[in-house]
Design a protein around this ligand. Structure first.
Ligand SMILES: Cc1cc2nc3c(=O)[nH]c(=O)nc-3n(C[C@H](O)[C@H](O)[C@H](O)COP(=O)(O)OP(=O)(O)OC[C@H]3O[C@@H](n4cnc5c(N)ncnc54)[C@H](O)[C@@H]3O)c2cc1C
Length: 540
């Protein structure tokens, strides 16, 4: 089969282009080495925000992100949620407070684009009434409105909608080389990372949507994508600390966010130049980085030092290269690169830069360029108005709880992942399949069966991204084993394979927990890990 377009990388940008291109009638193959959103997308702050900060030095990014965030809300109302933000004001002085308010007045017109409310100025007493934990030095607060999103689901639903429009999805498949017809790139040689099987994916055009890997992928064909990768870490706290997001300031003056997300709270992010392997960045989170993030939260809410951090995680920004600029101040602009024009490599395009919030617009621009290159007539883009699979207006969860034997709050958690497709998952479920096997995230066996059969999950890690197995406060200790056994039954795994999957899953959770533990707690976890770790193979 000769595809029109083979896309390398199933992050939000690759999945977004796959959806757009398939809807515009192209034969598309989407190749992802892991799972939808498993790279930078999955380690973002998870906001389709306008980027209030970029208003200082990158107004087009704020404008595009705000306009596109509104479309993302429209096509995926079940995945997006409003986050009212407080911006606490400390001893900045009256002039600074006035300047910050003027800044937010300028942002109001962009916030409006995405259905956000105008900012308001609160006295210290009013701010404390809605957030009693705020520090005694508080002088007042400003408010603004942003939107959060489930990034794994957003990526997966873009990929799945592409599949419904005819695209072929190849998750767990790594692009290892390009195919050529003379000088021209004519497809991709790939390897299934779970089975080891290799194959060729022939295509008239290849699009490299490898995020922070884009430079390495382009280099395989002799092309160049110059990025300035930046490492950003977040800390997840074990519960929802409040209903408001907060703009925080690090000890060096850097802006950070505190975001209520599902049943937890996320705080981050840092931004430092990073030259390592993007796939290993989670292994490189340090105690110091965690302390820096916690201190930013504690400046606004002193009690933050006593909150229980669940895990820390990291990602690599795929920002476009600039010299002489602080990593934090790099533009978030995006670019579609035609390597024929840039490097004399026909048949290859790359995506560089961008933001989650404006992924749909970036995908539209890239698809326009692909159609032009393939000599196809322009076709209308539908991705800003066509709902993603399962998108529907919020149902009455109490009524649904009378239909399915689950508490309304659990039904809501599940609906926030599946939307209307919840009925597909639950329609013929036996009563035992509706008993949650993960209590913190209300994951049922019925949802896992759906994730495997309808969404193509093949590993326990896939289930974390698709169905939130192990993504809640139990960190997998409660639900990973029953989920692994159910996967084994569905996918015909041997006991050895099941045990290896479980070990690998719990090891990944440990990598996240390790940097947030200290002293006696760390020692205790090390001991139990040593006791329960699989026995080392005998030395020959
Ligand atoms: C810490 C942090 C916080 C952020 N917060 C926000 C935010 O709140 N809002 C916002 O708008 N933006 C945010 N961003 C930016 C945003 O996350 C990125 O711009 C966006 O997710 C990039 O998506 P992508 O698809 O280009 O890259 P990725 O998501 O990295 O996708 C690239 C994919 O390519 C795959 N791949 C790599 N090599 C191969 C290969 N050889 N074969 C097959 N597949 C391959 C990878 O597995 C990966 O899944 C943040 C970024 C970071 C790092």
């Amino acid at each position: 089969m000769l595809y029109d377009l083979a896309i390398i990388g199933g992050g939000i940008n690759g999945a977004g282009v796959a959806r757009d291109a398939a809807l515009r009638g192209l034969r598309v193959a989407l190749i992802e080495r892991e799972d939808w959103g498993a790279g930078t997308t999955g380690s973002s702050t998870r906001m389709v925000h306008g980027g209030v900060r970029y208003l200082l030095y990158d107004v087009p990014t704020t404008r595009h992100s705000s306009a596109d965030a509104a479309r993302v809300r429209r096509i995926a109302p079940h995945l997006t949620f409003r986050i009212p933000f407080l911006w606490p004001l400390f001893a900045q002085g009256r002039v600074m407070a006035e300047a910050m308010e003027a800044f937010l007045s300028a942002y109001d017109r962009y916030a409006k684009l995405k259905g956000g409310l105008r900012h308001a100025r609160l006295s210290a007493a009013d701010a404390r009434r809605i957030e009693p934990g705020l520090a005694p030095e508080l002088r007042g607060a400003l408010t603004l409105d942003e939107w959060g999103v489930d990034v794994f689901r957003l990526s997966a639903l873009n990929a799945l909608d592409a599949r419904e429009a005819g695209a072929v999805l190849l998750p767990h498949t790594e692009a290892v080389d390009f195919l050529y017809d003379g000088r021209s790139v004519r497809g991709v040689r790939v390897r299934d990372r779970l089975t080891g099987a290799g194959r060729e994916v022939e295509a008239r055009l290849v699009l490299n949507a490898g995020g922070p890997w884009a430079g390495r992928i382009a280099a395989m064909a002799g092309g160049t994508v110059r990025l300035r990768p930046g490492k950003g870490i977040h800390v997840t706290f074990e519960r929802r600390i409040g209903n408001y997001g907060m703009i925080l300031e690090g000890v060096d003056g850097r802006t950070m966010f505190l975001v209520p997300h599902g049943a937890e709270t996320i705080v981050g992010t840092t931004d430092d130049d990073y030259y390592g392997d993007p796939a290993r960045v989670d292994y490189e989170v340090t105690n110091d980085e965690v302390a820096y993030v916690v201190e930013a939260a504690a400046r606004a809410i002193p009690q933050a030092r006593a909150w229980r951090p669940l895990r820390a995680w990291a990602g690599v920004r795929n920002t476009i290269f600039e010299w002489g600029v602080d990593a934090d101040d790099l533009s978030r602009r995006h670019e579609v690169v035609d390597h024929e024009a840039r490097d004399g490599v026909p048949g290859l395009f790359s995506l560089a830069g961008g933001k989650l919030a404006s992924y749909r617009m970036f995908a539209e621009e890239a698809t326009d360029r692909v159609l032009e290159k393939l000599g196809r007539p322009p076709a209308a883009c539908e991705t800003g108005s066509r709902p993603l699979p399962g998108a529907e207006v919020e149902p009455d969860f109490r009524a649904l709880a009378r239909r399915y034997p689950l508490p309304p709050a659990s039904i809501e958690r599940i609906w926030r992942r599946l939307g209307g497709r919840l009925h597909d998952a639950f329609a013929d479920a036996a009563p035992a399949d509706l008993a949650p096997l993960c209590r913190s995230e209300a994951v049922t066996p019925a949802e896992i069966r759906h994730a495997v059969r309808a969404e193509g999950c093949r590993t326990l890690e896939d289930l974390r991204r698709h169905a939130h197995v192990g993504a809640g406060s139990c960190d997998g200790l409660d639900c990973a084993a029953p989920a692994a056994h159910l996967l084994a039954e569905l996918l015909g795994w041997s006991p050895e394979r099941t045990a290896a999957q479980l070990d690998a899953f719990l090891e990944r959770r440990w990598i996240g927990r390790r940097p947030v533990l200290r002293g006696a707690t760390l020692a205790q976890e090390e001991v139990s890990r040593g006791v329960h770790a699989p026995a080392a193979p005998p030395t020959p």
